[in-house]
Ligand binder design. Structure first.
Ligand code: PBG
Length: 322
């Protein structure tokens, strides 16, 4: 006697009845890049079909996002001005703050998350404040929490610190609470690895470090137990949603986190993951749609509740077409 597994694979109907993981448009968050200026919709060469948007043109994008059924966006800003301490990161008229106000007005129901980090705003491209040639943890906390507060004041629904300083979740939580924003949540980039998969993003966001690397604050790709400590601490400091980033090479980390913690998990399928699929598809060696949906399914199967992906709009459309 042997089991006839194939009975449940016979046709599309029975396969759909026994399917364990089903993707839908509500799973996705779309990362978007805003720039100063006017009439700008400029394709990001490292991220095909993703654009730098000026605020007067952002309605086109928001229409696509909402019509596709995507429920949330994550905003990244590229400022005109950078300096040592990233002043424009926490300027109430900074590019992200203005974008939040514009998008909130266009689509009040859309969930707006802002990436909170210094690297796009500092002249040295590091995620924090430099003291004695090092990114100073505690000094950075002041700037990170000010930045988070300014995003929330502009109307952000949730803030997502990506700097990997220790204690940032606590510092942000305290700052928001003191200012009357007890109900605004934090999505913490908890297990954020020092990854080569961020390459295309750094071109998109003009945020590559001008000296050294981020290994002193982002995690070593070889470690998983350490990721659990990071997550545990972020939860105890007040994170509402935890994140694992990147996604595809870190499915084990997502699964461990799913088994150990009960908080919602976001997984960020980063720029390099997207760019590799695009590059292979343009060479004609893979089927873009099938590969992208298979990758997204695997991220959800591993345990992610939310997937941040440059495929958000396309994938949402593919899912409703099929
Ligand atoms: C900012 C930040 C980065 C990403 C998200 N937020 C870059 C980095 O840490 O260097 C990467 C996103 C992607 O690659 O898609 N710190």
């Amino acid at each position: 006697m042997f089991r006839r597994h194939r009975r449940l694979r016979e046709n599309a109907t029975i396969r759909s009845l026994v399917r364990e993981t089903v993707l839908n448009s509500q799973d996705f968050i779309y990362p978007l890049f805003v720039v100063e200026g006017e009439k700008i919709k400029r394709e990001i060469s490292s991220l095909p079909n993703n654009y730098h948007w000026s605020l007067d043109r952002i309605p086109e994008l928001i229409k696509d996002v909402t019509e596709a059924g995507v429920k949330g966006v994550m905003i990244f800003g590229i400022p005109d001005h950078k300096d040592e301490v990233g002043h424009s990161a926490y300027d109430e008229n900074g590019i992200v703050q203005k974008a939040v106000r514009v998008i909130k007005k266009l689509a009040p129901e859309l969930w707006i998350i802002t990436d909170v980090c210094m690297c796009e705003y500092t002249s040295h491209g590091h995620c924090g404040i430099i003291v004695d040639k090092k990114v100073d943890n505690d000094e950075t906390l002041k700037y990170i929490s000010l930045t988070a507060l300014s995003h929330v004041k502009a109307g952000a629904d949730m803030v997502a610190p990506s700097d990997m300083m220790d204690g940032r979740v606590q510092a942000i939580r305290k700052k928001l609470d003191e200012n009357g924003y007890k109900d605004v949540g934090i999505m913490a980039y908890s297990a954020k690895y020092s990854s080569a998969f961020y390459g295309p993003f750094r071109e998109a966001a003009d945020s590559a470090p001008q000296f050294g690397d981020r290994k002193g604050y982002q995690m070593d790709p070889a470690n998983i137990r350490e990721a659990m400590l990071e997550i545990e601490d972020d939860i105890s400091e007040g994170a509402d949603i935890i994140m694992v980033k990147p996604a595809i090479s870190y499915l084990d980390v997502i699964r461990w986190a799913r088994d150990k913690f009960n908080h919602p998990i976001a997984a960020y399928s980063v720029s390099g993951e997207f760019a590799m699929v695009k590059a292979a598809a343009s060479l004609g060696v893979i089927d873009e749609k099938l590969i992208a949906l298979e990758m997204l399914t695997s991220i959800k199967r591993a345990g992610a509740d939310i997937i941040i992906t440059y495929y958000a709009i396309d994938a949402a459309r593919w899912l409703t077409q099929s």
